[in-house]
Design a protein around this ligand. Structure first.
Ligand code: BGP
Length: 505
């Protein structure tokens, strides 16, 4: 489809070779033994529900959302510390100061993950823990925390998949212009190289940046999101309202930072370190699965991702993006594009919902966007339209548009209005329905040869959900934020079954 497709060189990973065998160490992060047994004849799982051998069954979190210890052991302030400490920004004025206290309880949390059968874990590294000022002298106590966490994970047979940026920019860099400054991209590359140099003896996969579109657009302008019956606006830290030209510049700096990080990780990490982004892909889903509508969805998806995934995977902005932006388009050089389009080992995509359904059209770019019907079902969050088929189409289109050889679903999940029974149980039937429906569609993709190698459920446990504070509960594990008590919900049992059977249970 895209002209840049053939020049992307995704590292080829032989089946089973991506199991995260630790270089030079004795820890291995292979699927649980039960996973392979379940694939034997006589297994109660129909082969039509199985995932490929070696599939990663993981859950995901991010530093600010769970760690707490916001000013401990030399950590610097982040833009989320500043934002949450500003009254009125977060529901109930909640903050991540303590959050899940994971910084002190990480061993228990790793044990929980092991308990529900995960063989992979996606967490994020807090940049201001490592570089309190964003650049300059590193804080070794910050790095030590992640080193201990990685060791604990490997001991539990869980492969670590850290993300280097999940929105908590050092405030010191924000004070110098934040993502509006090109220097921030350079600083991110340096930080990424530093971490890779120190952790890649044990960590085989790094994600650069989480959800470019969310932190850029929602943080620097506020973003309108289509919901059944209308739209809603979401604003995140640092809470700016930039002009279109300024916003495009920030977008450019974000993908440039990603490219610089990819190059730094290649330069400083051990040979064989894998790297890719974790982007919230804007996926258009064909309303009807007929060739012309599938083609329309593919074209629409490529354009919708023009400033982020498309430029990272093609090494160029689409003509339509530049034309629409006109005088507001970002200024860039060929060298910038080379950096942004640095070859990747995998593509990580966060998949919750489609941006829209589409049908083919003779008008415009070749597609017609169909709004969600007013009564289209949603999960507890009004933005989360129930459209599990996006879990098939998102990786499928990443493969067909860009020829990706390895794809990870880096987030998928839903908040639920969890009710605790007198016995202390949470029967989250809605999350179970959502998870099973999404996995069914994902399995449909892998069965067709779409190279999805891992699934990371958002989230491991209830946590600080950005502007919704502790109000939205996305976890497989319930957290009582007064006592920090953790209790697995029924959905954790479904996850464990799926991981053990390596299929949709
Ligand atoms: C993604 C973020 C996660 C998580 C999740 C839940 O966009 O990467 O950090 O927060 O969404 O959604 P939300 O909290 O926006 O409702």
């Amino acid at each position: 489809m895209s002209s840049g497709m053939s020049r992307r060189s995704f590292a080829k990973v032989a089946a089973g070779a991506s199991l995260g065998v630790v270089a030079g160490g004795c820890s291995r992060t292979e699927p649980p033994a039960s996973q392979t047994q379940a694939n034997q004849p006589g297994s109660r799982l129909s082969p039509a529900r199985e995932f490929p051998t070696g599939f990663y069954w993981g859950t995901a979190t991010s530093a600010y959302q769970i760690e707490g210890a916001w000013n401990e052991d030399g950590k610097g302030e982040s833009i989320w510390d500043r934002f949450a400490h500003t009254p009125g920004k977060i529901k109930n004025n909640d903050t991540g100061d303590v959050a899940n206290d994971h910084y002190h309880r990480y061993k228990d949390d790793v044990a929980l993950m092991k308990g529900f059968g995960a063989n992979a874990y996606r967490f994020s590294i807090s940049w201001p823990r490592i570089f309190p000022e964003g650049t300059g002298t590193p804080n070794t106590r910050g790095l030590d925390f992640y080193s201990r966490l990685v060791d604990e994970l490997l001991k539990a047979g869980i492969a670590p998949f850290p993300t280097l940026y999940h929105w908590d920019l050092p405030q010191a860099l924000q004070d110098k212009g934040g993502w509006q400054s090109r220097d921030t991209a350079k600083a991110f590359g340096d930080y990424a190289g530093y971490v890779a140099e120190r952790l890649s003896d044990r960590v085989r996969h790094f994600f650069t940046i989480n959800e470019f579109r969310s932190f850029v657009d929602m943080g620097h302008h506020g973003k309108e999101v289509l919901v059944p019956g209308g739209t809603m606006t979401i604003a995140l830290a640092p809470g700016l309202r930039l002009t279109a030209a300024e916003l495009n510049r920030v977008r450019h700096h974000a993908v440039l930072a990603h490219g610089m990080a990819v190059q730094a990780i290649r330069a400083k990490g051990k040979a064989g370190t894998n790297v890719g982004p974790a982007e919230v892909m804007e996926c258009s889903v064909p309303l009807i699965e007929a060739p012309e509508h599938i083609q329309a969805a593919q074209t629409a998806t490529r354009e919708a991702n023009a400033p982020f995934l498309t430029v990272m995977l093609e090494g160029k902005y689409t003509d339509a993006y530049l034309k629409n932006a006109g005088a507001d388009a970002p200024k860039f050089t060929d060298e910038d594009l080379n950096i942004i389009g640095s070859p990747l080992d995998f593509v990580g995509i966060n998949v919750y919902r489609p941006i829209s359904y589409v049908l083919a059209s003779d008008q415009g770019g070749g597609w017609h966007e169909i709004p969600f019907a007013k009564a289209h079902p949603t999960m507890a969050n009004s933005w989360l339209t129930v459209s599990p088929e996006v879990m098939y189409w998102a990786p499928k289109l990443v493969q067909s548009l860009w020829g990706a050889k390895e794809i990870h679903i880096t987030e998928n999940g839903c908040a639920s209005d969890d009710v605790v029974t007198p016995e202390g149980k949470v029967y989250d039937t809605d999350r179970i329905m959502f998870l099973r429906a999404c996995l069914t569609q994902l399995q449909r993709a892998t069965a067709e040869g779409v190279p999805v190698k891992g699934y990371f459920h958002w989230s491991t446990m209830d946590n600080f959900e950005w502007i919704n504070g502790f109000g939205d509960r996305f976890g497989l594990v319930r957290v009582d934020f007064k006592t920090q008590e953790r209790s697995p919900k029924m959905s954790a049992s479904l996850f464990r079954e799926c991981a053990a059977l390596n299929g949709v249970a």
